[in-house]
Ligand binder design. Structure first.
Ligand SMILES: [Zn+2]
Length: 93
């Protein structure tokens, strides 16, 4: 099944595909062609790519793991850079 979802970085419509089985969502992926954001979940493993950096974790990874702070910070920076880029782009088309 393919739908679209709002990209967490650039707010554009990103491709969103998922497959759900008897236990809920088993596979999910988000792919934004505007800014390159990528997210994937498959059978308990997660992969998130922000600005070319990949983060991989597992559903058993504790929420205190520093990886989540790094992802949050990178998402924040990516959003900020995206806005800056757009501003400059709009100023000088
Ligand atoms: Zn995006």
């Amino acid at each position: 099944m393919t739908k679209t979802t709002k990209c967490p970085i650039c707010n554009n419509q990103a491709k969103w595909g998922y497959y759900s089985g008897p236990y809920g969502i088993e596979e999910e992926h988000v792919n934004c062609q505007k800014c390159g954001y990528y997210y994937e979940f498959a059978y308990g493993n997660y992969l998130e790519a922000v600005r070319g950096k990949e983060y991989i974790w597992h559903h058993t990874t504790k929420y205190t793991n520093p990886i989540f702070k790094r992802i949050k910070r990178d998402l924040f920076m990516a959003r900020r850079n995206w806005k800056k880029l757009r501003k400059n782009y709009n100023k000088n088309p």
